[in-house]
Every structure is written in structure tokens, then in C-alpha cells.
Design a protein around this ligand. Structure first.
Ligand SMILES: *Cc1c(COP(=O)(O)O)cnc(C)c1O
Length: 427
């Protein structure tokens, strides 16, 4: 599928049935796979032959869907995980061990921030958070001799900052480490980070990729561009023998294109087991088949909503990187020229009380912690996800008490605006 355009990859990537085989990808609902001899199976365990033996490590349905996402991102290898959280944990932990350090953008998703700042710190991995808007000097100053990766989000959830991917890639490579980017909000339809120097991409497939609020999932894709052997001293897990896998050296045996994902599967999925179920992978694939069509509508609706709110007398600010005048509009034009995402955030001249009244009167937009669904959903963080924080703590987290996050679905924009208009009339 690699020669086809994105729209075709979304629909047909990852699986090409042979004569008389099912048109839709089969759900291989089996934990295990049968072999004729112990020798046959032994070769699989030694990673001498490729094949399936236990679904915790690999499953054909999952591999077809991972291959589609790999193709869409333009990578060399990919794997599905049970959630976006698992994808980000595995992607970082695959190369950063106890005693290591990672540089991360400060505006990343709250769940990822918590994973890094609290849980992975307990594992002995240190993080330095830098503003996505930092200068090259500030960025370079964040590196330490034990730094193993740089992490950011193409479009941050929910801050809606756009990462200057080239700036972050340049700094990462100058220090001999890969750039990992969570591409959840942009999806490969709107941005392919590998084309800008990123080395590894992660996804919460729970969001636009699934798109229907049906299944939680994640994915990791390797660009195959990072030369582990050229920085062998920094990445012993990839460049020295793995005693837990019969002395295999991943970077030598699987090359630059396969080492990262093979190690991640053979070690981390083996030991932690955060697999996506084949049923969920099937649902994810159904979502991917229409991703290119849905993303365009999400972006179109979000732009219409942002334009409407921008001039409304009761609205104090609108944040949407696709809106001219937005702080990240120029970066969005560079990295996401065909559209950004469907999420818009805005505030009220009437403050927190106005936001609460607005939320109460919405009819079509549902109050949910979810985003990036076909159905429009919205959240007032100060009274939901961030309700334990006082106004000062909210400000430090970049959230004002009046901020509403509005995730535009793929309904008719006129209906979304009418819903907003009638709710605003009560404010
Ligand atoms: C939701 C989200 C995650 C976490 O994904 P889950 O599938 O909920 O575990 C990670 N990164 C971003 C950008 C997200 O929006």
C-alpha cells in the first residue's frame, strides 16, 4: 500500500486478501497457535522464524491493523497496545531505564504528564519539562549526559499548542537521542511527524482513529530512521545482547527498521502484557477506514465554531490552531496545512459562572471527559477533571476557571452553532 495516497491507505492498508479470502480483516479470536513439532515452535521463541504462538506477544488481527497505521505514518514497524497510556509508557521505557533522563514538552496530555512526573519517576527515570515555545538554547540546556529521548505532542491535548517538530528533532539529534511524538490529535491524515525528523510516533487510538467512542487502544510506530548502533553506548538495550531473549542483539538482528518494535514486543509486551484485544483491533480498523473523511469534517466544523465564537460578545477568548490570529496558526500552517483537529477551547467574559451556565444549557453537545468522537462532546475542566484545583493551581496548569473544551464531532456545523447560540443566550 506504500505507493498509494493517504485516503487509500486508510481504507485498504494493512490487509490484502488472497483469492477467496475474507474481504474484511478476520478477527483471530485465539489465545494460541498450533505447531507440528517442538522444533518449529523453538524457532519462534528464539526469534529465528516469524510466526504466532501466543496473543500476548502477537496476534494476526492486531498486526494487520498495526501495519495499516504503520503505512499511514510512513514507518517501518508498528505495534498496537491496550491504550494510549500503554503506548507512551512502552515507547519511553523501551529506551530509558532507571537512572536515565527524558526531555518532554510541558503541555502534554495530563495522563502522560502524570505517567512521567509521578509514576516513571518512581521507577528512577527523571524528566525535565520544557515549554514547547522555548528557544533552541533553552531546549539544548535541558539535556543531560543520561538523556535518552525527547517527547512532545503534535497538537497538545487539551492545551492545543502546536509542536515545532523540526526544532525538537534538531535538538534531539544533536544530543544523539530520538524524538518521540504523540500524534493523537493530528492523526497521520493531518500530520506525518516522520517527514519532519521525528523518530517514533505514538497514538491513543481511542480518539480520532477509533472515532466512535467504541474501544480504548494505542499504537507505537517506528520510522526506522534512528541509528541505534551509531549511539550504541546510550542504548545498550538495543545494541548489546538481551539475556532474557537468548542473547539476541536487537539492532543487529532486526536492523534499524525493526529493532525498536521487536524489542518493545519481545520484552515489554511479554512482561507487562498491555495488549489490545483482537475484537478492539477490528473496531479500530473500522474507524480507520473512514478516518480521512471524518478528519476533514471535524476540522471544518471546529473552524466554523471557532469563527462563530471569535466575534461573540460574551466570549473572552478562543483557542484553535486552525484559526487565523491564533498563537499557533503559523506553526499549524507549516505542519498541518490541511487541518488541525476538531477541538476548540474558549472562555467567557462572565468567568466561571458563565461557563457553568453555558454547560448546563447545551442540548446536542454532551458533557464527557472524552474528546475526538464522532459526536460532539464538551468539558468544563474547572468543574470536572481539574475540580480539586483552586484558581491559582488552575492558572499554573494553563487552565482558566472559565475555560470550556469543545470537541466538535461530525454533525452539521449549523446545528452545533445553533446549540452553542441557544446555550449562550442563557449566559
Ligand atoms: C487520551 C490521550 C492519551 C491517553 O490515551 P488512552 O487511550 O486514554 O490511554 C495519550 N495522549 C493523548 C494526546 C491523548 O489525547
Amino acid at each position: 500500500m506504500s505507493d498509494y495516497k493517504m485516503n487509500t491507505k486508510c481504507v485498504q492498508g494493512g490487509y490484502t486478501p488472497g483469492n477467496g479470502e475474507p474481504r474484511q480483516i478476520p478477527i483471530v479470536q485465539s489465545t494460541t497457535f498450533k505447531y507440528a513439532t517442538s522444533e518449529d515452535m523453538g524457532k519462534l521463541f528464539d526469534l529465528e522464524a516469524s510466526g504466532y504462538f501466543y496473543t500476548r506477544l502477537q496476534n494476526p488481527t492486531n498486526d494487520m491493523v498495526a501495519a495499516k497505521i504503520c503505512d499511514m505514518e510512513g514507518g517501518t514497524a508498528a505495534m498496537l497496545t491496550s491504550s494510549g497510556q500503554a503506548a507512551n509508557f512502552y515507547a519511553v521505557f523501551n529506551i530509558a531505564n532507571c537512572g536515565d533522563h527524558v526531555v518532554a514538552s510541558s503541555t502534554i496530555y495530563g495522563g502522560t504528564y502524570n505517567l512521567f512526573h509521578v509514576t516513571m519517576r518512581k521507577m528512577g527515570i527523571d524528566f525535565t519539562f520544557v515549554s514547547p515555545d522555548c528557544t533552541e538554547e533553552e531546549l539544548n540546556a535541558a539535556f543531560q549526559p543520561n538523556t535518552k529521548a525527547v517527547f512532545g505532542e503534535t497538537i497538545a491535548n487539551p492545551a492545543l499548542t502546536v509542536l515545532d517538530i523540526e526544532k525538537f528533532a534538531k535538538a534531539a539529534h544533536a544530543h544523539g537521542v530520538p524524538l518521540i511524538i504523540d500524534n493523537t490529535f493530528a492523526t497521520p491524515v493531518n500530520c506525518r511527524p516522520f517527514e519532519w525528523g521525528c523518530d517514533i510516533v505514538t497514538h491513543s487510538t481511542t480518539k480520532y482513529m477509533d472515532g466512535h467512542g467504541a474501544g480504548v487502544g494505542g499504537c507505537i510506530v517506528d520510522s526506522g530512521k534512528f541509528d541505534w548502533l551509531a549511539h550504541a553506548g546510550k542504548f545498550p538495550g538495543l545494541t548489546t545482547p538481551d539475556d532474557s531473549y537468548h542473547g539476541i542483539t536487537y539492532a543487529e538482528k532486526f536492523g534499524q527498521g525493526g529493532a525498536f518494535i521487536t524489542k518493545c514486543t519481545a520484552q515489554l509486551m511479554r512482561d507487562f502484557g498491555s495488549i489490545q484485544s483482537p475484537q478492539n483491533a477490528f473496531l479500530l480498523n473500522l474507524g480507520l477506514e473512514s478516518l480521512h473523511v471524518r478528519m476533514a469534517r471535524h476540522c471544518e466544523n471546529a473552524l466554523a465554531v471557532a469563527h462563530y465564537l471569535k466575534t461573540h460578545p460574551k466570549i473572552s477568548f478562543v483557542t484553535f490552531p486552525g484559526l487565523e490570529g491564533d498563537k499557533y496558526y503559523e506553526l499549524a500552517q507549516k505542519y498541518l496545512p490541511n487541518g488541525t483537529c476538531g477541538v476548540v477551547s474558549f472562555g467567557f467574559k462572565g468567568g466561571r459562572a458563565a461557563a457553568e451556565t453555558f454547560m448546563k444549557h447545551l442540548k446536542l453537545a454532551a458533557i464527557e471527559t472524552h474528546v475526538a468522537d464522532a459526536r460532539t462532546c464538551t468539558l468544563h475542566p474547572a468543574s470536572a477533571t481539574h475540580r480539586q484545583m483552586n484558581d491559582q493551581e488552575l492558572a499554573a496548569a494553563g487552565i482558566t476557571p472559565d475555560l470550556v473544551r469543545f470537541s466538535c464531532g461530525i454533525e452539521d456545523a449549523a446545528d452545533l452553532i445553533a446549540d452553542i447560540e441557544q446555550a449562550l443566550a442563557h449566559v
